[in-house]
Design a binder for this molecule. Sequence first.
Ligand code: PBG
Length: 327
Amino acid sequence: MTDLVPFKRHRRLRSSEAMRQLVRETVLTVDDFIYPLFITEGDNVKNEVPSMPGVYQLSLDQLEKEIIVIDELGIKAVMLFGVPHEKDDVGTGAYIDDGIVQEATRVIKRAVPNMLVVADTCLCEYTEHGHCGVIHEKEVDNDASLKLLAKTAVSQAEAGADIIAPSNMMDGFVAVIREALDRAGFEQIPIMSYAVKYASSFYGPFRDAADSTPQFGDRKTYQMDPANRREALKEADTDVEEGADMVIVKPALSYLDIVREVKNRTNIPVVAYNVSGEYSMVKAAAINGWIDEESLVLEMFTSMKRAGADLILTYYAKEVAAWLQNK
Ligand code: PBG
């Protein structure tokens, strides 16, 4: 009893670990995670990305070994990015039958048939200028790019990709890719659209990993202004109308408000992309011994799920899978 004024006792439900587990609202499982991979040409290549310790560019032979490890950790899906040697003005490497992502898809499906392959559909890793579409008079030409992106998606599906994930931010990309997939007989292949993708400085390390830095200008005419919220809802609504099966919000950490709003608006799965810069910041602090990496990273992903993410794309997926196994 107390002689204080009446008040609520919230601490009752925090009294022990068992009690806390009983009332926990958000739980992480390995099924929530998708692991991105960077695939390059050559033999026996395993290049660590300097700005992303623990993340590698892998050649196909290395990928064949790595995918077994990923599978053993219980991870269900990987996302593929290609790092080809040859680039040109129109991103040919993105949509040729023996392109690096197409070959990587075949290697994975042969080694671990149940592993879901998510193909990132974009041109920036394959164009000399590093933009996500084709250039016409120094501008990214939306409609000309759409044709090549549709071709890329069909070629990825032909190679065996299970999910198409277009990240290019051209207008109409979901509609055009959906139609092209359907016409090619891939009406069962879902589209995980990068519906809400901000022009973010958090992508810096990725551009080292994928060698995709724009050679002139920036991506602000197609990726979104980080200051905008309503625009994110407009983008998400459009992609849902055009037939997206899942929507990505990217980056994640500084954009959890957007994850929540998109979640409240749609019934399809929402994916948070914990991007390269978010990974590198935490990794750097961990390497320096400034944070408790495991508990901080698990807290971060719990916050993404709490915000409404059904799935999380992250370079931490392997480590998280191992941590969750030991819990
Ligand atoms: C390609 C693409 C990018 C990322 C995913 N797909 C880079 C960009 O738009 O510059 C970023 C991923 C990351 O930073 O982890 N368009």
